[in-house]
Design a protein around this ligand. Structure first.
Ligand SMILES: [Zn+2]
Ligand SMILES: [Zn+2]
Length: 97
């Protein structure tokens, strides 16, 4: 859900304009959440409209880092799987001989 910056009604996320007043909603796609006062600010805002602290320039930075870490975790998991499989095969073949 997103809310209209002009009249504050709740709207579905896929809408580009407010159904009530026609305000374009695209600039609100990347809402910046203030860590100090919990206020939701426009994605274009550089400072919190409520308390004035600087907001992060790019909202996606943390998400990108998280995504990178997730891929590294997947890579490590696959590598560990291969190592365990290899150890398992070595153990089985050594048992047979
Ligand atoms: Zn509106
Ligand atoms: Zn704030």
């Amino acid at each position: 859900m997103q809310s209209c910056p002009s009249c504050d009604i709740e709207l579905p996320d896929d809408l580009k304009f407010c159904t009530d007043c026609g305000t374009p909603l695209e600039t609100w796609e990347g809402l910046k959440h203030c860590s100090e006062c919990e206020t939701e600010n426009s994605g274009l805002a550089e400072f919190c409209t409520n308390c004035g602290i600087p907001l992060p320039k790019k909202k996606s930075t943390a998400a990108e880092v998280g995504e990178g870490l997730a891929w590294i975790a997947v890579g490590v998991a696959v590598l560990l799987g291969i190592i365990f499989l290899w150890v398992f095969i070595v153990l089985i073949t050594s048992d047979l001989s």
